[in-house]
Design a protein around this ligand. Structure first.
Ligand code: HXC
Length: 257
């Protein structure tokens, strides 16, 4: 596996803002998901990561542990409800509880709408949207106020869904991912309303634009397109994974309440 680049900047947050928290991250072994895992861990959380590729998970867990972070990896595909259930259960068994779920797993490829089969469309919806809902569904009984493993004083847990900005207007050759991410934003709002009101949980989304050093960028924005596109970005540059992780950290901390 390609080694993840070190974070470019020091954290502006205190090192203990997630002390004692247990976080499970889908897609936590690479890209934005890994950066959030590392930053949550550096700020006191214990980290479980879920992904389909064992070698990616193993490398990420080793890298996290080398930073002194309690970390464990569980193989699983968010498209399979039994995997979602068993990974959530394994996390709680390993660390005793669950406080934070981050849905960062995604699938994507560039394709013109006319060349996309209904099954190709469904595949991305299944990973991104249905996968996010399934993870929320399986984690709910541990994250809700008074849920399994939660102390009576700790209130409800936190869910962060990673979306995108593709669907804010329209994006070439990403009809599947645009629809999937729009649906994720919608389910984030609905869960924030229902579970925030009834179960003292917080459900937030972060919607990154083009982010450097990720599969999304290398897969979806080949260098020649990138060279043309960067000039059109308001700041003449793509974002960094660190930027996204800092937003995630703020939201996951007590400051994000
Ligand atoms: C057209 C394609 C295709 C392609 C797959 N399909 N790749 N169609 N062009 N390049 C179609 C297949 O033909 C098939 O439909 C259906 O999709 C399922 O394909 P499989 O290969 O069986 O799927 P699977 O092995 O499960 O792989 C899922 C995947 C793959 C999404 C296709 O790319 C993947 O696993 N990716 C995970 C990692 C990833 O993509 N990360 C990047 C996330 S970036 P038929 O009809 O033939 O059966 C991101 C950023 C968003 O999310 C924001 C960007 C700015």
């Amino acid at each position: 596996m390609e080694m993840e680049s070190p974070s470019p900047f020091p954290s502006p947050f205190k090192g203990d803002i997630l002390k004692g928290k247990v976080a499970l991250l889908t897609g936590g072994g690479s890209g934005i998901g890994y950066e959030i895992s590392a930053q949550f861990g550096k700020h006191g959380a214990s980290i479980a990561i879920m992904g389909r590729r064992k070698n990616v998970l193993d490398d990420a867990v080793s890298a996290l542990r080398s930073l002194g972070i309690p970390a464990v990896g569980f193989e699983g595909d968010v498209r399979k409800q039994e995997d979602a259930k068993s990974v959530v259960e394994a996390t709680v068994k390993h660390f005793g509880k669950l406080d934070i779920l981050v849905n960062a797993a995604a699938g994507n490829f560039l394709v013109a709408a006319e060349d996309l089969s209904p099954n190709g469309f469904k595949t991305v919806i299944d990973i991104d949207t249905v996968g996010t809902f399934t993870m929320c569904h399986e984690a709910f009984k541990y994250l809700k106020k008074g849920g399994l493993g939660r102390s009576s004083s700790s209130g409800g847990g936190f869910i962060l869904n990673i979306s995108a900005t593709l669907h804010v207007t329209a994006s070439w050759y990403l009809i599947h991912a645009s629809a999937a991410k729009a649906a994720i934003d919608s389910l984030t709002r609905n869960l924030a309303l229902e579970w925030g009101t009834d179960y003292d949980m917080r459900v937030n989304g972060v919607a990154p634009g083009a982010t450097g050093d990720t599969a999304g960028l290398s897969k979806l924005m080949p260098q020649e397109i990138m060279n043309k596109t960067v000039e059109k970005l308001p700041l003449d540059k793509v974002g960094e994974k660190w930027d996204i992780a800092m937003a995630a950290l703020y939201l996951a901390s007590d400051a994000g309440r």
